[in-house]
Ligand binder design. Structure first.
Ligand code: SAM
Length: 312
């Protein structure tokens, strides 16, 4: 959901001080004035991009002069960031699990919390013998699918997304990391494009933001990140239900898991008890993993009554 309707005054590159140290401070103040969190870090990242300079060198060569093209590029990048476009979209990069992912407005920017999901999935997969079939439902940038393929070589991965443009980014990230031949990308609704297949592990970080909450999020999120990645679908007159996808996963995933197979989901802060209650009808939740803020962010569950052949 991109709202570019709010006019933002462009940053005038003629006001940029002549050297790196001055430009950095100037950029930081401009971003702070626009309400950007971490204005110093973002100004350094953008100045590094504008001048083709590694971040550390900005501090090692503070008196290095900028040429006109560098000042203009820096001004243009600051204008975008001051309009609250995420720095990851401007740089087209986000690190995740130690891997660099290409990101743009077609995909959600992968979050640190989702690394907990990948770490949990990797631990469960390493506990099983032989190859593993993994499904990543709502793959976005491919962060989960590509990380699992890179970090657990016996895994073959199926990555699904409803959005064709999103899948283009995910496939490019798989190619970038040399795992394109181990990931099948499928367009469609949740498990529909994987009908008839069975998996050792199904991973999912679904849209889980309530319609009432979206406007409360940072402008970077609600103005620029895809709404399809954030908010579950509305049903008729009813408001979107933040738990919509967990209800569906509880009903649909048991039929596509191998004996002992796992469902691993990310949940929003504070959602874990409600999601656990939803899953309880069909799954036994065996792990609940907290983030650094102390919130349970990942649940790992196995269907009730299944065998225990898939490790863990
Ligand atoms: C919260 S994002 C997660 C992206 C990525 N897996 C990550 O963790 O960074 C949810 C993703 O689900 C996709 N999506 C939304 N509804 C879907 C549906 N019904 N079926 C499949 N994918 C869907 C969105 O396009 C989006 O890429």
């Amino acid at each position: 959901m991109t709202d570019r309707s709010r006019p933002e005054s462009p940053v005038d590159p003629h006001e940029c001080p002549p050297d790196l140290a001055g430009a950095l401070l100037w950029g930081q103040r401009r971003l702070a004035g626009s309400g950007v969190d971490n204005p110093g870090l973002d100004a350094a990242l953008l100045l590094g991009r504008a001048t083709g300079t590694e971040r550390a060198r900005l501090y090692l060569e503070p008196r290095r002069l900028l040429d006109r093209g560098e000042r203009e590029r820096f001004g243009a990048l600051l204008t975008r960031r001051a309009a609250r476009e995420p720095v990851q979209y401007i740089l087209r990069r986000q690190e995740f699990m130690g891997l660099e992912f290409e990101v743009d407005e077609r995909v959600l920017i992968p979050r640190p919390e989702t690394e907990i999901l990948v770490e949990t999935a990797l631990e469960l997969l390493r506990g099983r013998a032989g190859s593993a079939a993994v499904a990543d439902l709502g793959t976005g940038s491919g962060a989960i699918a590509v990380s699992i393929a890179c970090l657990h070589s016996p895994a073959r991965v199926w990555a699904v997304d409803l959005s064709p443009p999103t899948l283009e980014v995910a496939a490019a990230n798989a190619a970038r990391h040399g795992v394109r031949d181990r990931i099948e990308f499928r367009q469609g609704d949740l498990l529909a494009p994987l009908a008839g297949q069975c998996f050792s592990l199904v991973a999912c970080n679904p849209p889980y933001v309530g319609a009432d909450e979206i406007g409360l999020l940072q402008p970077e999120v609600h103005r620029f990140e895809p709404r399809l990645a954030l908010v579950p679908p509305a049903r008729g007159e009813a408001r979107p239900d933040p738990l919509h996808f967990y209800r569906r996963l509880a009903a649909e995933v048991p039929g596509c898991l191998e004996p002992g197979g796992w469902l691993v989901v990310e949940v929003g802060a504070g959602q874990a008890p409600a999601v656990q209650r939803l899953l309880a009808g069909t799954f036994a939740v065996e792990r609940a993993v907290r983030d650094y803020g102390g919130h349970v962010r990942v649940l790992a569950a196995r269907p009730r009554g299944h065998g225990r052949a898939a490790g863990g």
